[in-house]
Design a protein around this ligand. Structure first.
Ligand code: ZN
Length: 322
C-alpha cells in the first residue's frame, strides 16, 4: 500500500496527487472539509513543515491550502509577535499566545492539514522590554512568558515551547547573558513538561551548536528534544552536538543534508507577512522540495517517512495521520 502510494505521487509530483487534480480548484476557496468530508480519511504521503508562522493580517488558511494542494499534510505552527497584541508586561503573553491558538483552530476548521503548536516569548522581545523597563525587569517578564508557555503545554493546548533563545543579530554582553538565562529557564520548563523547544539564535556552525547543547545539558533537557530552527545542513553529530536540526528547505540545504543522513526535519519559516509575501519561503516549498528529491532519486520513500512522520511523532508525541 505504501509503495503504491509512493508510485502514485512520484509520477505526478508536478501536478499533485491524482485525486487532487480532479477536484475543481474553486472548491478550495470554501471550507474544504464541508465540501469533501471524505478528504480527512484519505491516505496520503506525509509532508511536514516543521516551522511556519501565520498572521491574522496575512493569508492564513489560504497559505496552508497552498501547502495542502501541493501535497502538504502537517504543519508546526510557531508563535511570533503580532502587531495587534504587543507584549509590554507579563500579562500580555496570554493574549498574544491566544492569537496563535486561534490561528491553529482556524486551520483545523478550514483545512484538512494537521497542526501542532509551539508558543514562547520571542527572543528579540527582550530588547523592547529592556528599553521600556530596564534589563532586570525585562528579564523577569520574559521568564513569566516562559511560565505562561509551559502552563499551556501542561494544559495540552500546545505541544512545544518556541521559538525561544537569543536575538539573531549582535547584542551587548548583558543582553546575551540575560537571554541565555531566560533560555535555560525555558529548557528547564520544557524538560519538566516533557516537551520539545524551537531554538531561535544567531547563525553559526558546530561551535554554536556545542554552546547551545551545553545550555541544554545545564538544564538537563534531552538534546534530541531541542530543535535548532533555521538550521543549515548540520546533520552529522559532530556538527549539531545532538541538537535536532530543522533545516530550511532550500534545494542546496536539503541536497547537502541528505548526503549526510536523515536525522533532520524540514521547515520554511514562512512568516505570512502581507508586506513581505514569500519571505522567508512559501508554504509549498516543503512538498515541492520533497517530491523533487524523490524524483531525483536522492530520497527514498522510507527516509521521507522518517523526516515527515517518524521524527515529528517521536519529538512532539503526536500522530502524523494520513
Ligand atoms: Zn520562525
Amino acid at each position: 500500500m505504501k509503495l503504491f502510494h509512493f508510485n502514485l505521487i512520484s509520477k505526478n509530483y508536478n501536478s499533485g496527487p491524482i485525486w487532487l487534480a480532479v477536484i475543481p480548484m474553486a472548491c478550495f476557496e470554501k471550507n474544504l472539509l464541508d465540501a469533501y468530508p471524505d478528504l480527512r480519511g484519505m491516505e496520503r504521503f506525509p509532508i511536514t513543515d516543521n516551522h511556519m508562522h501565520l498572521d491574522p493580517g496575512g493569508l492564513m488558511e489560504k497559505a496552508v491550502m497552498d501547502f495542502f494542494r501541493t501535497g502538504g499534510t502537517h504543519v508546526v505552527l510557531v508563535h511570533k509577535p503580532y502587531h495587534s497584541a504587543p507584549v509590554i508586561n507579563e500579562n500580555d503573553f496570554n493574549r498574544s499566545f491566544d492569537i496563535t491558538l486561534d490561528l491553529a483552530d482556524r486551520i483545523r476548521k478550514r483545512t484538512p492539514v494537521q497542526v501542532t503548536v509551539a508558543v514562547g516569548p520571542y527572543p528579540v522581545n527582550l530588547l523592547y522590554l529592556e528599553k521600556k523597563h530596564g534589563l532586570e525587569r525585562g528579564r523577569e517578564i520574559m521568564m513569566k512568558g516562559m511560565e505562561t508557555a509551559a502552563s499551556m503545554v501542561e494544559e495540552g493546548l500546545v505541544q512545544a515551547i518556541g521559538e525561544i533563545g537569543r536575538p539573531h543579530f549582535p547584542v551587548s554582553e548583558d543582553i546575551m547573558n540575560a537571554s541565555n538565562e531566560i533560555l535555560k529557564y525555558g529548557l528547564t520548563l520544557a524538560r519538566e513538561n516533557d516537551c520539545p523547544v524551537h531554538l531561535h539564535t544567531e547563525g553559526g556552525g558546530a561551535e554554536l551548536y556545542a554552546e547551545l547543547a551545553s545550555l541544554a545539558k545545564d538544564s538537563r533537557c534531552p538534546r534530541d528534544k531541542v530543535i535548532k530552527h533555521f538550521s543549515g545542513p548540520s546533520v552529522l553529530p559532530e556538527e549539531n552536538h545532538g541538537l535536532f536540526p530543522s533545516v530550511l528547505a532550500s534545494r542546496k540545504n536539503i541536497e547537502k543534508a541528505l548526503k549526510k543522513g536523515v536525522r533532520f526535519m524540514m521547515e520554511t519559516d514562512y512568516i505570512d507577512d502581507p508586506k513581505r509575501p514569500g519571505a522567508v519561503m512559501v508554504p509549498k516549498s516543503i512538498p515541492r522540495r520533497t517530491f523533487q528529491m524523490i524524483g531525483k532519486g536522492l530520497l527514498c520513500e522510507e527516509d521521507a517517512f522518517k523526516i515527515h512522520k517518524d521524527w515529528p511523532e517521536r519529538i512532539y508525541g503526536i500522530e502524523v495521520e494520513l
